[in-house]
Design a protein around this ligand. Structure first.
Ligand code: TMP
Length: 231
């Protein structure tokens, strides 16, 4: 993980770090991560509404809306090896990244619901058991050649129990990913990743939605500010 480091600090340091990381001109690539029920979709819609009047915004998600994304969804409903599933997520991401790079090169602010962090967190929990080792390094070796490091990754963090209560309130079916023990391990994998990946900023998603939204918007605005008016 040579692109990753273990930085953390005050909010001010974080904002400075984002500004330094951000490209000096052109578009931005901003990712939203978190376990199921963390509130990514609502937050992304809020961020899009806030940015759209002044920026050219594209919203996208993984699994993507392409035919490879359909394969990923089909695999999720089928009995496939976790290795197959992991590689399908990466195949989908490979093609999706080509579209993301094009959007960013055309000066757009790309908001993406899930990216390599989802594979690193969700698949590592299952693969650790199968490989008898830390599978994150293997998963990163698959992702590293095909991904673009985001300008900012907002990690919405909350305990699995809280997220499951939210998911069960809002959805009828619970996918195989949405089990308490599993999700708690996924959360821990995300926290581990956040310490190593410089694009990550942790946001406490247990707070009222208004506070989460305010903090995330401050981070996103800091990331896109040098583009303001330039698109
Ligand atoms: P969502 O569309 O509601 O976010 O659900 C997608 C599910 O797929 C979610 O449970 C997380 C899972 N997932 C992975 O396990 N690995 C990945 O790389 C991605 C993108 C999603």
């Amino acid at each position: 993980m040579n692109r990753m480091s273990g930085t953390s600090g005050t909010e001010e340091q974080t904002l400075q770090r984002i500004e330094t990381l951000s490209r000096s001109s052109g578009g931005r690539f901003i990712v939203f991560e978190g376990i199921d029920g963390a509130g990514k979709s609502t937050l992304m819609a809020d961020v899009e509404a806030e940015l759209s009047p002044s920026h050219d915004v594209v919203t996208t998600a993984e699994p993507s809306d392409s035919w490879i994304g359909d394969c990923v969804r089909q695999a999720n409903r089928s009995d496939v090896s976790p290795f197959t599933e992991a590689m399908l997520f990466v195949a989908d991401r490979t093609e999706h990244t080509r579209r993301i790079r094009e959007w960013v090169d055309r000066g757009k602010v790309v908001l993406c619901d899930r990216y390599y962090g989802s594979t690193m967190a969700y698949q590592s929990v299952v693969l650790d058991r199968m490989m008898g080792a830390d599978s994150m390094d293997w998963l990163w070796s698959l992702n590293e050649p095909v991904v673009t490091i985001p300008d900012l990754t907002v990690l919405l963090d909350l305990p699995a129990k809280t997220s499951l209560e939210r998911v069960n309130r809002t959805r009828e079916t619970v996918s195989k990913f949405e089990r308490l023990g599993y999700l708690e391990e996924v959360r821990n994998a995300y926290l581990h990743l956040a310490k190593r990946d410089r694009s990550y900023v942790l946001v406490d998603a247990t707070r009222p939605q208004r506070s989460v939204r305010r903090e995330a918007l401050t981070l996103v605005q800091a990331c896109v500010c040098s583009v303001r008016g330039g698109i």
